[in-house]
Design a protein around this ligand. Structure first.
Ligand code: GDP
Ligand code: MG
Length: 735
């Protein structure tokens, strides 16, 4: 069978020289129909097989900016050569690989001819061929086109690649969180309606829409005008967003990320310079320090730690304000509304529940602001780059880093987009391992719980403990991944490269927008889903309520207490003004104790109380009482609910009229809680079943089997860990 090879590359990379070497005199030059670009074709015989070679016009890119670029692109997609030889000038790798990158994104079967190695050598540049080939995932053959060196190996590699080539598969480069989200959206629209999928891979078309590629958008319109305008709408939306937040259009981000991808390849020991003649750009200079193998990780930890320090110290005051605001609001309702179910619902269900979550808004906001700085400046990509090395050791892929970070690797993400971000992983096993371990990260919903318990029990050094618990999340997630990858998900790792886009000065406007977007999501969730669950849980904790007999028992106690005091004392208390005499205060206290006992009895008797108490014999091993159990069940609906439910459960048990304690203080003073219980609870909350929404997402991205697996596996693991912590901690009397 005849073999079709296309030669492509940057101008002056040596294409014509190689073409002449391969084909000798057997070539002819024509024009592409209608345009004045040379169409050169030649042929040769190899092992009795006829091979035609087309010399494509030299281009730096594959956009629709010039005729040459269009010709090269159209030839590739319309003629579908069996293999493309991409000729690359090895003395100028970074620039040449930009085009390579686009071939890989188009998905053509590719072989790289690493040309001019003689020139590179003269300039003191050494290229590690093996490593480059491994990272790009295509054969790389060093050649000297002028002398014919490496020509035979090149041909053989090309023939082998052609024989193995299947359907075109495009390389997935990450274009940053914003663009990736839109890309996913575009891709699903495109592949659903099969828009031009016979010619271009869906991802490629999506990227071209993002790049505003006139030719492809034009073609898209011809295929399906309504779909095309829907795609253009998505693009317009994201373009508007990036323009607002980063002051650039998607095209620029795409180019940056491609260069970042290349840079990160070259940085991994592919290219070394004997003489440091090349001018270092600012980004490279910064990276020399920030991604240095030894200093880099230390700086990374310091930066992350200062984000926590900043978040906690700056948010302390506003959080306290909000807390007292909701306390004040509760007080007002307490005074104005008549006793009864409505009042109980508004105080325990709405104010304690939703207020408990809204109280953390300043903390969340500062956290998001810190993350926005890391992200917009380009540093987050470096974090991912450095983590990539660690991830490999645990059987995960470099593409797993972003899902981890998105899920709350730097506390404050969400596992739902994290789970969806795993789509960039090709290998199903690496993807599953990532999918199952991202919920271990400390998402924004766990943050209030962490802040509450850390604040109450380790208040002296909040940032440090927050940092330690974040590290713990990473360690556990990685170990769990390793466990999965050596048991149920055993398999080989696949190569990967991480993008390193240039550093950018974040704009204040961009930071504010990014911070607000995420904070708003949080507030919205508190006002809708959480409000609903909070009221539902309040109902479960209130009904069926004590029956008359039980109620009468408490009433009798009350009467007995009152009759043991003098008439005068009772009257003084009845006036509802502050009791002043010692006797009146004593009476108020005793009555209060009875009220508490009654509300506690009612809570125990309620539906939630019964469930909690049924679980208590088991959860006791981890130090959790039945109220905590109620909160943990609530946490399965949404992790934020843990704080609000604890608030409700503990406020119902203690109607303290003297002074309103914060929930943290209440827990601290409760006999069921101490430092060991707090750590056990934190660990359990961090690692037990993902919230309901995440579970649904996992099911959608894989199967219900895996979704149930994650509920079972995580809860079981978290419980074992909590029991171990509690038992060991109590044994050494650390509580
Ligand atoms: P094209 O624009 O890609 O077709 O590049 P050409 O084939 O015209 O080559 C550009 C220049 O590079 C010519 O002067 C070639 O002689 C020179 N050249 C090509 N390959 C090599 C090589 O491997 N080593 C050296 N030293 N020069 C080369
Ligand atoms: Mg030429």
């Amino acid at each position: 069978m005849q073999l079709k090879i296309a030669l492509a590359g940057n101008p002056n990379a040596g294409k014509t020289t190689l073409f002449n070497q391969l084909t000798g005199a057997r070539q002819h030059v024509g024009n592409y129909p209608g345009i004045t670009v040379d169409h050169k074709e030649g042929c040769l015989l190899h092992d009795g097989r006829k091979i035609t070679i087309t010399d494509l016009p030299g281009t730096y890119s594959m956009t629709a900016y010039s005729v040459e670029e269009l010709v090269a692109r159209d030839y590739l997609v319309n003629q579908k050569p069996d293999v493309v030889i991409d000729i690359v000038d090895s003395s100028n790798l970074e620039r040449n690989l930009y085009l390579t990158c686009q071939f890989l994104e188009l998905g053509v079967p590719l072989v790289i001819a690493l040309n001019m190695i003689d020139v590179a050598e003269d300039r003191g540049i050494e290229v590690k061929v093996e490593k480059l080939s491994q990272l790009l995932g295509v054969p790389v053959i060093p050649i000297i086109a002028r002398s014919g060196f490496g020509e035979k190996e090149l041909l053989e590699a090309a023939i082998l690649t052609a024989s193995k080539a299947g359907k075109w598969k495009s390389l997935d480069i990450s274009y940053g969180k914003d663009l990736d989200t839109s890309l996913t959206e575009l891709i699903s629209e495109i592949s659903e309606s099969n828009l031009m999928t016979d010619v271009y891979p869906a991802r490629y078309t999506a990227i071209k829409y993002l790049e505003n590629d006139e030719q492809i958008v034009e073609k898209g319109k011809d295929y399906d005008a309504t779909l095309s305008s829907r795609l253009e709408e998505i693009v317009a939306k994201i373009a508007d967003h990036t323009k607002k937040t980063l002051d650039v259009y998607p095209e620029a981000i795409i180019a940056d990320q491609r260069y970042g991808y290349i840079k990160s390849i070259l940085r991994q020991g592919v290219e070394t310079h004997k003489f440091d003649t090349d001018r270092l750009y600012t980004s490279d200079k910064i990276d020399k320090v920030l991604t240095n193998r030894l200093v880099g990780p230390v700086i990374m930890l310091l930066i992350l730690f200062s984000v926590y320090q900043f978040t906690f110290s700056w948010s302390e005051l506003p959080v306290a304000w909000l807390e007292s605001f909701f306390g004040w609001l509760g007080g007002i309702v307490e005074k104005t509304l008549p006793d009864g179910l409505i009042k109980s619902m508004i105080i325990s269900g709405v104010i304690d529940g939703v207020g408990g979550i809204l109280g953390f808004v300043p903390l969340i906001m500062f956290m998001f602001f810190g993350i926005a700085i890391l992200e917009d400046s380009g540093y987050l990509a470096r974090v991912a780059f450095m983590m990539d090395r660690v991830f490999r050791m645990f059987g995960l892929h470099g593409s797993s880093v972003m899902p981890f970070i998105v899920s709350g690797g730097i506390a404050g993400g969400c596992a739902v987009p994290g789970v969806m971000a795993t789509r960039t992983l090709r290998s199903p096993k690496e993807r599953m391992a990532t999918l199952l371990t991202v919920p271990f990260m400390n998402c924004g919903a766990k943050l209030p719980v962490l802040a509450l318990l850390i604040g109450a029990f380790f208040g002296e050094n909040k940032a440090l403990y927050m940092f330690l618990f974040t590290m713990l999340a990473w360690v556990v997630a990685l170990l769990a991944a390793k466990l999965l990858r050596t048991t149920v998900l055993r398999g080989d790792p696949t190569p990967f490269v991480m993008e390193l886009p240039p550093y950018r000065f974040p704009t204040v406007r961009g930071l504010l927008i990014h911070t607000w977007e995420r904070t708003y999501q949080y507030i919205k969730k508190a006002g809708t889903v959480i409000l609903g669950i909070s009221i539902l849980l309040w109902a479960l904790m209130t009904f069926p309520g004590l029956d008359n007999n039980q109620h009468d028992l408490f009433e009798q106690q009350r009467q007995k207490t009152i009759s043991s005091f003098s008439q005068k004392t009772v009257e003084e208390l009845d006036k509802k003004s502050e009791p002043s005499s010692e006797k009146a205060i004593a009476l108020a206290k005793e009555l209060n104790t009875i009220d508490n006992a009654e509300t506690e009895a009612a809570l125990r008797y309620s539906i939630a109380g019964r469930v909690g108490r049924a679980m208590e014999p088991i959860t006791r091993f981890a130090g959790f009482d039945w109220r905590t159990d109620i909160a943990l069940i609530g946490g399965f609906a949404a992790k934020e609910v843990i704080v609000s439910t604890l608030g409700t459960a503990y406020s119902m048990g203690k109607v303290d009229t003297e002074e309103s304690e914060s929930l943290g203080e209440r827990l601290k003073n409760d006999s069921n809680w101490n430092r060991v219980v707090a750590v056990a609870a934190l660990v359990f909350i961090m690692f037990y079943a993902p919230c309901f929404i995440t579970v649904v997402c996992i099911a959608k991205e894989s199967s219900w089997k895996w979704a149930f697996f994650s509920i079972g596996f995580n809860t079981f693991f978290a419980f074992l860990a909590a029991v171990a912590i509690y038992q060991i901690g109590m044994f050494f009397q650390l509580g």
